[in-house]
Design a protein around this ligand. Structure first.
Ligand SMILES: Cc1cc2nc3c(=O)[nH]c(=O)nc-3n(C[C@H](O)[C@H](O)[C@H](O)COP(=O)(O)OP(=O)(O)OC[C@H]3O[C@@H](n4cnc5c(N)ncnc54)[C@H](O)[C@@H]3O)c2cc1C
Length: 473
C-alpha cells in the first residue's frame, strides 16, 4: 500500500521546508522526504554555522581592540571547542524550531533517500517517490504534486581531490576541532571571503587565490576593490588572476603546497590546509529523473517561470535549479511554486530584486545591477555615493570603513542597483530591496526621514548624493 499526498517535497532544506509550510497553510496534505536532517545546507553546513563562527570571530576581534572603547578586557583569548559548541547549540535550537513547525503544519516527515519513479503501477504519471531507508526498508508515496528541492553540494576543481584533511571544503572546515595556523583559500567569492575574514580575525594566516581579476567578482567593482584594500590592511594575502594548478598539489608533514599560474609566473602557496570554495553543484544525480521527462541542463534542473519542470505537476526550486544559490531565494521560489500549484497567480520571481550578502568584516550587500552591468545594458547611469567615514553611528561603532553606492537610470530616475560595504549592511540592504520593489526614486529615498544616529542614514545620503544634495559629503 502506498500513501497519497497533495504535495511531496523531496529535500527538507530551506527551500523545501518553507514550501511545505506554505502548502499546509493552503490546505494541502503535505509530506517531506529528507535523507539527513531538516534544515539542509543552510542550517547544518551553510548560512547558520558559518555566521555563528563569524560572530565569535567578531567578538574576539572587538575585544582585542577593547582599549579603543575605554574597556579593559584583560588578556583576550578564545576556546575554539566552546565556539564550536555554541555553533552546534544554535543549530540544534533552530532544528527544533523547524521540527515544531512541521508538527504545527501536520506535515509528515519521511526519513530516507527519495527517488522519483517513472509511470508505474503506483501512478500512471511520473512522480511517485520511493523512499529508501537506512535499514534497507523501502516505502512508496504518491503525490498529486512533487517539488524537487534537493539542494547542492560543494564543487571542486577538476583534479583537486577533497581529502577532508589537507584539502577541504566549507563542509569539513565547519567541523574543525581546532583552527590551523595557516590556510590557502582557493576561490575569493562569497564563501571564500567570509572564511578569509573570519580566519584572519582568529589570527590564522590566510592567502586567497582567485581566478578572476578581483575578489567578490560579482560585486560592483568599487566594492571588490574596497574589500581587497581592507583585507590586505589586515594582512590577508590576496592573489587574483591566478589559475590554480591541481596537479601541483603536494602534501606532507602537516603542510600542503599548491601552485597557481599568475601574471608574474607560477607561484607556490603553502599552508596547513587548503580550503576550496569554488561554487556549488546541484544535487541532480540518482534521483531517478531519467525515468521522467525532466530536463537537466548545465548540471541543474530546468524549470519555467512557475518552477514547473517538463512534467507540469513536478516543480523544482532552490539550489537544484542553479541560478542564485541562496537560502532566501530557495524559500521564496518554494512559496511561489506552491502557490502556483494551488491555482493562485503568484507574482513572478524577479531576481534583480534579490539582496545578496557577504557576512565578512566589514559586511557587503547589494541588490540590483552594478554600475558596469547597468552601462552594459545600455542605461545612462547616475551614481550617488556616501562614505561611512563621517557617519556618527559608524564612528560610534568604531567601524567606519566602506560606503553605500546607489546606481540610478539617468533618464527615468529608476533605482537600478544599491551596493553597500560597511558595518551591518546585510541588515540595511532590505530597505534598498523594498525601494526596488516599490520602484522608489532616489528623491523618495532621500526625503524619507531616517533616524539619527543610525547606519541607515548612509543610504539616505547616498540617494541624496545622486543629485549632489547629500548633507555630510
Ligand atoms: C558555507 C555556506 C554558507 C552559506 N551562507 C549563506 C548565507 O549566508 N545566506 C544565504 O542565503 N545562503 C547561504 N548559503 C547557501 C544556502 O545554504 C543554500 O542556498 C540553501 O541551503 C539552498 O536551499 P535548498 O533548500 O535549495 O537546498 P539545501 O539546503 O541544500 O537542502 C536540500 C536538502 O535535500 C536533501 N536531499 C537531497 N537529495 C535528497 C534525496 N534524494 N532524498 C531526500 N533528501 C534529499 C538534503 O539532505 C538537504 O537537506 C551558504 C552555503 C554554504 C555552503
Amino acid at each position: 500500500m502506498s500513501q497519497e499526498f497533495d504535495l511531496v517535497v523531496l529535500g527538507g532544506g530551506t527551500g523545501g521546508y518553507v514550501a511545505a509550510i506554505r502548502a499546509s497553510q493552503l490546505g494541502m496534505k503535505v509530506a517531506i522526504v529528507e535523507k539527513e536532517k531538516l534544515g539542509g545546507t543552510c542550517l547544518h553546513r551553510g548560512c547558520i554555522p558559518s555566521k555563528a563562527l563569524l560572530r565569535s570571530a567578531e567578538v574576539y576581534a572587538t575585544l582585542k581592540e577593547s582599549d579603543k572603547f575605554g574597556v579593559i578586557a584583560g588578556e583576550v583569548g578564545y576556546d575554539f571547542s566552546k565556539i564550536q559548541d555554541r555553533k552546534q547549540g544554535i543549530i540544534e535550537q533552530l532544528h527544533k524550531g523547524i521540527q515544531y513547525l512541521m508538527k504545527k503544519g501536520s506535515i509528515t516527515i519521511f526519513e530516507g533517500f527519495g527517488r522519483v519513479m517513472g509511470p508505474s503501477i503506483f501512478s500512471p504519471q511520473a512522480g511517485a517517490v520511493r523512499i529508501e531507508k537506512e535499514n534497507g526498508d523501502q516505502e512508496m508515496i504518491v503525490p498529486r504534486f512533487l517539488l524537487l528541492a534537493t539542494g547542492s553540494r560543494p564543487r571542486t576543481l577538476p583534479g583537486l581531490v577533497i581529502d577532508g584533511s589537507y584539502v577541504v571544503t566549507s563542509d569539513e572546515a565547519l567541523q574543525w576541532e581546532q583552527l590551523p595556523e595557516s590556510v590557502v583559500i582557493v576561490g575569493g567569492g562569497v564563501i571564500g571571503i567570509e572564511w578569509a575574514s573570519m580566519l584572519n580575525d582568529f589570527g590564522v594566516a590566510v592567502t586567497v587565490v582567485e581566478y578572476a581579476d578581483r575578489i567578490l567578482p560579482l560585486e560592483d567593482e568599487e566594492v571588490s576593490k574596497e574589500m581587497a584594500r581592507l583585507l590586505k590592511k589586515r594582512k590577508v594575502n590576496i592573489v587574483t588572476s591566478a589559475k590554480v594548478l591541481p596537479e601541483s598539489l603536494e602534501k606532507g608533514e602537516g603542510r600542503v603546497m599548491i601552485q597557481a599560474e599568475t601574471a608574474g609566473g607560477v607561484q607556490s602557496f603553502e599552508a596547513q590546509k587548503i580550503l576550496v570554495s569554488v561554487g556549488r553543484q546541484a544535487n541532480v544525480e540518482n534521483l531517478g529523473l531519467e525515468a521522467t521527462e525532466i530536463k537537466v541542463e548545465r548540471g541543474a534542473v530546468v524549470v519555467n517561470e512557475h518552477f514547473q519542470t517538463a512534467e507540469s505537476h513536478i516543480y523544482a526550486i532552490g539550489d537544484v535549479i542553479g541560478g542564485l544559490q541562496l537560502a532566501h531565494v530557495a524559500s521564496h521560489e518554494g512559496i511561489l511554486a506552491v502557490e502556483h500549484m494551488a491555482g493562485q497567480n503568484p507574482h513572478p520571481m524577479d531576481y534583480t530584486k534579490v539582496p545578496k550578502c557577504t557576512y565578512s568584516r566589514p559586511e557587503v550587500a547589494n541588490v540590483g545591477l552594478t554600475e558596469k552591468e547597468a552601462k552594459e545594458k545600455g542605461f545612462e547611469v547616475k551614481v550617488g555615493k556616501f562614505s561611512f567615514k563621517p557617519l556618527g553611528k559608524a564612528i560610534i561603532y568604531g567601524e567606519n570603513d566602506g560606503f553605500v553606492k546607489v546606481v540610478v537610470d539617468a533618464k527615468t530616475n529608476d533605482l537600478l542597483g544599491v551596493h553597500m560595504i560597511g558595518p551591518h549592511v546585510t541588515d540595511m540592504i532590505s530597505e534598498a530591496g523594498l525601494a526596488r520593489v516599490l520602484d522608489a526614486t532616489p528623491w523618495e529615498i532621500g526625503t524619507t526621514i531616517h533616524p539619527h544616529p543610525t547606519l541607515s542614514e548612509a543610504f539616505m545620503e547616498a540617494a541624496l548624493a545622486v543629485e549632489g544634495k547629500a548633507i555630510h559629503n
